[in-house]
Design a protein around this ligand. Structure first.
Ligand SMILES: Nc1ncnc2c1ncn2[C@@H]1O[C@H](COP(=O)(O)OP(=O)(O)OP(=O)(O)O)[C@@H](O)[C@H]1O
Ligand SMILES: [Mg+2]
Length: 335
């Protein structure tokens, strides 16, 4: 109790921030728009996303984290400073301890870069701790990470699928597949361009995805606006689940096969408990109707999809802010 602490999950698509004693206080697109050579931020989060692919050339709009790796440090620090002022308002993220989740497979240099988001920002941290994402995810699911001999989590995010097995507090397997929600959006855009000669933006593609996508047959449809390439004019088309689902369903099969392969490579004493508990699926790309059935059919194991799927990593970091001894045990140490 007492001093300030934050848990931050800097996702490739969405930032989630937990504030000790308050819970999740921020969920925003991890995107920034800046002007000028010195990259002065003009918008972050949803406001910046509004400008994405629409802004004049003088405004630079970017997602600074790609596939779990910081691709532009200046953008990321600018975004974070601006997010504190603009989005957190009087609650500003300043002082105290910062707990950040990082993908399990990245290099020490890439991990250090995460630390720099905070140390180079206006946060004035007392301490920055990096926690492997699967560990935070497991705590966020409310699991007893120290005692369990087998936990399997598949985090379905925007740029990656991260499949991890934890046993007695250690990560025993971590497999990353390089695709997720962003890839689904791209597939939808490409399909609409080729099939209808019609251009839609990323935001529209994301809307189509969240409205229609399903791993099992579905009869939903949505109208979307875009630009007719042949006429060169704005227009409207209707898209259905029946035509969108086949673009993406192979991916769900790939995910289920990868989960099965991980289970098969896991020692029996660990896989025994995984089978008893079922597979845990997290990340907002798991909010897809029927994805649990696909995984269950492939693995023969029960599947737990979390309602809070997008926030489990940040909630787990939050749990660790309240249990700092445990956090110190998991914090990544550098040579
Ligand atoms: N209802 C929904 N159905 C399908 N996909 C969704 C839904 N809601 C959000 N998404 C997608 O989930 C993705 C964001 O998920 P999440 O916040 O877990 O990713 P992230 O942490 O930013 O990315 P990563 O973990 O890969 O770095 C986006 O691609 C978004 O479009
Ligand atoms: Mg994530």
């Amino acid at each position: 109790m007492g001093h300030k602490a934050y848990g931050i999950d800097f996702g490739s698509n969405t930032i989630k921030v937990y504030r000790k004693g308050q819970g999740i206080v921020l969920t925003e697109k991890n995107i920034v728009s800046t002007v000028g050579k010195d990259k002065r931020p003009v918008a972050v989060g949803e406001d910046a996303y509004e400008m994405y692919e629409r802004a004049p050339a003088s405004i630079h709009v970017a997602f600074p984290i790609k596939r779990g790796i910081i691709s532009d440090m200046d953008d990321m620090v600018a975004l974070w400073n601006f997010a504190g002022k603009k989005l957190a308002g009087h609650r500003r993220f300043k002082g105290g301890d910062f707990y950040l989740s990082v993908p399990a497979d990245i290099t020490d240099v890439e991990k250090k870069a995460y630390e720099r988001i905070i140390t180079d920002s206006e946060c004035k941290p007392k301490k920055v701790m990096l926690i492997p994402k699967p560990v935070a995810d497991a705590y966020g699911l409310g699991l007893d990470v120290e005692q369990s001999s087998g936990i399997l989590i598949a985090n379905l995010g925007a740029d990656t699928v991260e499949i991890s097995v934890l046993s007695r507090g250690g990560i025993v397997v971590s497999k990353i597949l390089p695709y997720g929600g962003n890839d689904y959006d791209d597939k939808i855009r490409n399909y609409v361009r080729k099939k209808y000669n019609f251009l839609i933006g990323k935001r529209t593609a994301e809307f189509v995805k969240t409205s229609l996508i399903s791993a099992v047959p579905d009869d939903r449809a949505v109208k979307v606006v875009g630009r007719d390439v042949v006429k060169g004019l704005p227009g409207e088309i209707t898209l259905s689940s029946a035509e969108i689902n086949p673009l993406i369903n192979d991916r769900f099969d790939d995910i289920a096969v990868a989960i099965r392969a991980v289970i098969e490579r896991t020692p029996p004493e660990i896989s025994h408990e995984i089978k008893q508990r079922g597979v845990f699926v997290t990340g907002a790309s798991s909010w897809i109707n029927g994805i649990d059935d696909v995984i269950m059919r492939e693995t023969g194991i029960g599947v737990n999809v979390s309602k809070d799927a997008q926030k489990t990593v940040a909630s787990g970091l939050g749990f660790l802010t309240e249990h700092s001894k445990l956090a110190a045990k998991y914090a990544i140490k550098f040579k």
